[in-house]
Design a protein around this ligand. Structure first.
Ligand SMILES: O=C(O)c1ccccc1NCC(=O)[C@H](O)[C@H](O)COP(=O)(O)O
Length: 260
């Protein structure tokens, strides 16, 4: 069993347990549920490099990345440095994240917030809205085409933005549809962890015209971003490169300075 299969197996158990702790009605009654979500695509287009900076404590591929950074301060620092959106991992078992982290991030910033989660059930989309997210992630490698399209429709009905994540041409061609607001190429193969930013460039010819697209994972060098932006990418999801430092807010600011 590869790591993605393992995460999805655990996630299904976790969601079943969550459903016995809180009802859909209770989620819908939470104060943030009624928020109007800003457009993710518009935010990417209105920021020169469309950086989506991630709050990420640990990962299956790298282990502990940062055990001390706080979600509120980190998110605020990211926004002040000019990020277009914040990604917040909420998976606890593999990434050390929580829904409380998401709430903290939401309370710190105005820019769109992504709930970075392994979505396997509509219930998690309701949770995302209730805890203040603007964007949900749908990972093609973890879902059937039918599930992915159903979840995107559901997210849309709640006013959430959807980020579809693909890794190869087959996923891009089979999973993309009009309900996906942004499509991301994950440069990391989630089954093997092999990470190469050129994966994004390889998929570029297969995007339908007008798709708002981002490159995700393994980005650490300003020159990579300049190349990907010149090729047509609208945004860049970066986690470890900022979080591995003692001061992620300073790390993103230094990185931004290198882009001008
Ligand atoms: O990061 C991992 O090791 C990982 C393993 C299995 C599934 C997902 C994983 N990462 C989630 C992400 O998508 C990244 O956190 C995100 O793209 C940022 O990547 P990076 O800049 O390389 O931290």
């Amino acid at each position: 069993m590869n790591i993605l299969d393992k995460i999805i197996l655990e996630k299904k158990k976790e969601v079943a347990a969550r459903k016995s702790q809180i009802t859909e009605e209770q989620l819908r009654a939470m104060p943030l549920f009624g928020r109007v979500c800003p457009s993710f695509a518009d935010s990417l287009k209105s920021h020169p490099f469309g950086i989506i900076s991630e709050f990420k404590r640990q990962s299956p591929s790298k282990g502990l990345i940062n055990g001390t950074a706080k979600p509120f301060d980190t998110a605020k620092g990211y926004e002040n440095a000019g990020a277009a959106a914040i990604s917040c991992l909420t998976d606890e078992q593999f990434f050390g994240g929580t829904l409380a982290d998401l709430e903290q991030v939401r309370s710190a910033v105005e820019i769109p917030v992504l709930r970075k989660e392994f979505i396997v059930d509509e219930f998690q989309i309701l949770e995302a809205k209730a805890y203040g997210a603007d964007i949900i992630l749908l990972i093609a490698a973890a879902l059937t085409v039918e599930e992915c399209h159903r979840f995107a429709r559901y997210a849309k009905s709640l006013g959430l933005n959807t980020l579809l994540e693909v890794h190869d041409k087959d996923e891009l061609l089979s999973y993309q549809n009009e309900d996906m607001d942004v499509v991301g190429v994950n440069n990391r193969n989630l089954k093997t962890f092999k990470t190469d930013y050129r994966q994004s460039l390889e998929l570029l010819p297969f995007f339908p015209e007008g798709t708002v697209k981002i490159s995700e994972s393994g980005l650490h060098d300003e020159e990579q971003l300049k190349e990907l932006k010149a090729a047509g990418f609208n945004g860049f999801l970066i986690g470890e490169n900022f979080m591995k430092t003692d001061d992620p807010s300073k790390a993103i600011q230094d990185f931004m300075n290198g882009l001008v």
